[in-house]
Design a protein around this ligand. Structure first.
Ligand SMILES: Nc1nc2c(ncn2[C@@H]2O[C@H](COP(=O)(O)OP(=O)(O)OP(=O)(O)O)[C@@H](O)[C@H]2O)c(=O)[nH]1
Ligand SMILES: [Mg+2]
Length: 380
């Protein structure tokens, strides 16, 4: 008998019905000052044909009109490009988890960029009203006024939109952040690097994150789906967290913490208690304390992974230690071999129901025949 059928195979940002995607709120192209300057000069050099009309009669009037149109096209480009940044949703309006990811990715500069862009659009709009008249009435000086306008606009953009380069990070985080359905159960898989989080997620869900024997293989949060009939369970792979205070954590670890902190979820905390684990049991238990502090102990399920290579005596000793920490129940799993992986999912959903008053486990029990097996999904 095989495990439940994955929903479908998709990208890390695969959205399912009802899911909310950061990229639907934030649609930004990476921008640099140099790229804006280049585009402005291209626009300025484009040929402009002025039809003969009563308003543009006379050579000098037509010349002035031509430079007004050139400068206006530049103004429009700047207003549209920076206007898009100014109209980005403030972090205060985003889901707190998404807001935190955006802050992490931009070093807290996202809202500042919005404000800078908005200020510059206002300044440039005011300048344009002034220069438009000057260019049109400028006669032989029309060209001079229009180049002066463009020079001033570029200078303002360069000096006053200092956070422009973070558009690259904003674009990246919007594209790579998984879509989340906040109404569906969510299981966050957490632990130190190398404990087998990605191996587990790829065993039970549609997500196939990279696994390797090196720490920090996973650098972003990733969502996979498990579909059991009408029930869709979201399983989130997270980057490993190291044994250090929250404020000293790097950008990658902070994404994992943000998920624990802001999402309605239960956490599976994976421990590798085997002799040759990458980190000692003591280190892993200290990180467990950090996780408990963030998410609340009642939301954590402890899972000893890699039991296939953990000596019985070592495992018993580790179980004794966590027992003393208040974990009377813990799971023993081998994500690699598919042992107890579905039991971990079921346990997580039971806890989810208990904590959030939902009844997903009842639906889940309808599919008990397909989840009692210890083997992984049919694809594996
Ligand atoms: N023997 C054994 N090896 C496992 C098991 N689970 C994972 N591994 C191995 O442990 C190594 C790390 O697995 P990953 O799934 O990449 O670990 P991770 O926790 O996602 O690591 P980071 O992304 O670095 O945080 C890989 O070489 C896996 O093959 C298991 O149950 N048993
Ligand atoms: Mg990983």
């Amino acid at each position: 008998m095989t495990g439940p059928r994955p929903l479908s195979r998709g990208s890390i940002a695969m959205s399912s019905e009802g899911a909310v995607c950061l990229r639907d709120y934030i649609d930004v192209e990476p921008l640099t000052y140099e790229a804006i300057r280049k585009r402005v000069l291209e626009i300025y050099r484009e040929r402009v044909k002025i039809p003969k009309s009563p308003e543009s009669r006379g050579r000098s009037k037509r010349v002035a009109f031509r430079y007004m149109v050139k400068a206006e096209k530049v103004f429009q480009y700047i207003a549209v490009t920076l206007g898009k940044l100014a109209r980005l949703p403030p972090t205060s309006s985003l889901n707190p988890f998404y807001a935190e990811l955006v802050k992490i990715a931009t070093n807290g500069m996202y809202d500042e960029l919005r404000r800078e862009a908005s200020r510059v659009v206002k300044i440039v709009s005011g300048m344009w009203r002034e220069y438009r008249e000057r260019i049109l009435g400028g006669g032989v000086n029309a060209k001079k006024f229009s180049t002066e306008f463009i020079g001033r606009v570029l200078s303002i953009v360069r000096r006053k939109v200092r956070a422009l380069s973070i558009t690259q990070s904003i674009s990246y985080i919007a594209r790579t952040t998984p879509c989340i359905d906040f109404e569906k159960p969510l299981v966050i898989v957490s632990g130190m690097p190398q404990v087998g989080k990605s191996t587990f997620v790829s065993r039970v869900s549609t997500a196939k994150p990279r696994t390797s024997p090196y720490p920090f293989t996973t650098k972003n949060v990733v969502i996979g789906h498990v579909k059991l009939g009408d029930v869709v369970i979201q399983v989130m792979d997270t980057p490993g967290i190291l044994d250090r205070p929250l404020e000293e954590m790097n950008e990658i670890e902070r994404k994992a913490v943000a998920a624990l902190q802001h999402l309605k979820a239960v956490a599976l905390y994976l421990i590798d208690a085997s002799r040759d684990s990458y980190y000692t049991l003591e280190q892993q238990l200290r990180v467990l304390k950090t996780v408990e502090g963030v998410v609340g102990k009642d939301r954590v399920i402890l899972v000893f992974n890699k039991v296939d290579k953990t000596e019985k005596e070592v495992l018993e000793n580790a179980k004794g230690v966590v027992n003393a920490m208040g974990y009377s129940r813990c799971l023993e799993m081998s994500a690699l071999l598919g042992v107890n992986v579905w039991a971990a999912v079921v346990e997580a959903i039971n806890l989810y129901d208990k904590l959030f008053g939902t009844r997903f486990s009842e639906l889940l029990s309808l599919y008990s025949s397909s989840i009692t097996s210890n083997s992984g999904p049919s694809s594996s």
